[in-house]
Design a protein around this ligand. Structure first.
Ligand code: PLP
Length: 422
């Protein structure tokens, strides 16, 4: 890779886990959905026919209406994002959770990944007083996409989860509050809920405790609900959520089935939305309006909530159960542990004592056209290396069941070969 000699290039143009993940996804897409590629890696959502039918209908409505068409594609939005959609988001959160929000608490980004680029660098990094601050991830493993968004190196500090083994070959991660200190240089806390990669859902009590820790340090608490409530609502446990002026809640339209519309949503104190507005204008002029224009009437009418409850959540619940069953059958006799699936659309597999690294397993599977993600990517900011970090895999079950089953069969073969010394 060419070197450009700038600090920016050294940070932002180097190979990262997110690049590997998206490059795998792009290559697989370029091969045009060949039946023999099993895409159990990237975060593409499922294509759910009744949900896509609603988006198609919306596109027809937009094409037929000059006002909506203008907002959709023919004009820049305000730098904080399309006003009608921001009002609809605020109203729907007020109605659902009773939070006192207006459009001034809602700002849009070009996908929530870029929201994390903005937020992490807003709250942490080099300070004007010469100091340096970091983002604390209180429950690792945590989302791969946080790993490299800091403009300065060493921006993340993560605390490994406590592991509890459950019945039926399941295990579960918990925030290890007994060992969770918040050092002085922390500029914000951040969790994903449901957690990518494990599918863990923190309870509201855990969220409140983390928020209290953040407040004690006078720093914000970022909650990434890309898979959570109120949309897409792929959350099977603890159907509640948290917001107050100290919480920065991040939502996305991607997992609703609209990842190409690149729409991230930040719900936060107005001062943070003002900073986002300036950042958007400078870095991108304005965020996209396509997703907002498609979704706004669905949000206002309640149709989006029905789509989530009646289609998205049941679809992923059924896919999760089928994937667990297929894995257990294929891995019979192997020391497989599965994180209890509570939300999102991944299974997080742990093979205790795996004789090869999860990264080597990832490569062997890739050679056989099965794309998964090696677990070691999901421990950014963890200070100590631990065998657990190299014994896990993330497997998406969003793709068609036959593809997931075929991928699982090959995965089981490779894991068996590894345990047998091959
Ligand atoms: C936990 C989590 N947060 C954020 C994102 C970013 O999503 P997007 O940029 O498509 O909104 C993802 C994508 O997979 C994710 O898994």
């Amino acid at each position: 890779m060419r070197t450009f000699g700038t600090r920016f290039a050294a940070r932002m143009a180097r190979p990262t886990g997110a690049l590997e993940l998206m490059a795998d996804l792009g290559t697989a897409m370029a091969r045009g959905g060949e039946a023999d590629i099993r895409m159990l890696g990237g975060g593409n959502p499922a294509r759910i026919a009744p949900v896509e039918a609603v988006y198609r209908r919306r596109l027809e409505e937009i094409a037929a209406d000059p006002v909506q068409f203008g907002r959709f594609i023919a004009g820049y939005s305000a730098p904080e994002g399309d006003l009608g959609f921001r009002e609809a988001v605020a109203l729907s959160l007020c109605n659902e959770f009773g939070w006192p929000l207006t459009a001034g608490n809602v700002g849009l980004t070009s996908g929530s990944q870029s929201a994390f680029f903005f937020l992490f660098n807003l709250f942490a990094g080099e300070r004007t007083d010469g100091g340096h601050s970091r983002i604390l991830l209180p429950l690792a493993p945590e989302y791969i996409g946080y790993a490299d968004v800091g403009l300065t190196p060493g921006m993340l500090l993560a605390r490994p989860a406590a592991i509890r083994e459950l019945d039926d070959g399941y295990f579960k991660y918990f925030v290890d509050f007994d060992r969770l200190d918040v050092p002085d240089d922390i500029g914000a806390l951040c969790v994903s809920r449901p957690t990518n990669p494990s599918g863990n859902v923190l309870t509201i009590e855990e969220l409140q405790r983390l928020d209290a820790l953040a407040r004690a340090r006078r720093v914000p608490f970022i909650v990434d609900a890309a898979y959570g409530l109120p949309f897409p609502g792929i959350q099977h446990e603890h159907l509640d959520s948290l917001w107050n002026p100290n919480v920065v809640l991040c939502l996305s339209l991607s997992k609703l089935g609209l990842p190409a519309a690149r729409t991230g949503i930040i719900v936060a104190d107005e001062s943070i939305i003002e900073a986002l507005t300036a950042f958007n204008a400078t870095a991108a002029l304005a965020p996209p309006s396509t997703g907002p224009v498609i979704v706004e009437p669905l949000l206002r009418s309640g149709e989006l909530t029905r789509l989530c409850r009646n289609h998205l959540r049941p679809h992923y619940l059924a896919q999760s159960a089928a994937a667990v069953q297929a894995l257990r059958a294929a891995c019979a006799g192997l020391p497989l542990r599965i994180h209890r699936p509570e939300g999102a659309f991944f299974l997080w597999l742990w093979f205790p004592g795996l004789p090869i690294s999860s990264d080597e397993l990832y490569r062997r599977l890739k050679q056989r056209d099965v794309l998964v993600l090696s677990g070691h990517h999901f421990f950014p900011g963890v200070e100590q290396d631990d065998p657990h970090q190299h014994e896990c895999l993330r497997l998406s079950y969003a793709q068609p069941p036959e593809s997931v089953r075929a991928g699982i069969a090959i995965l089981a073969e490779e894991v068996r070969r590894a345990y047998e010394g091959g």
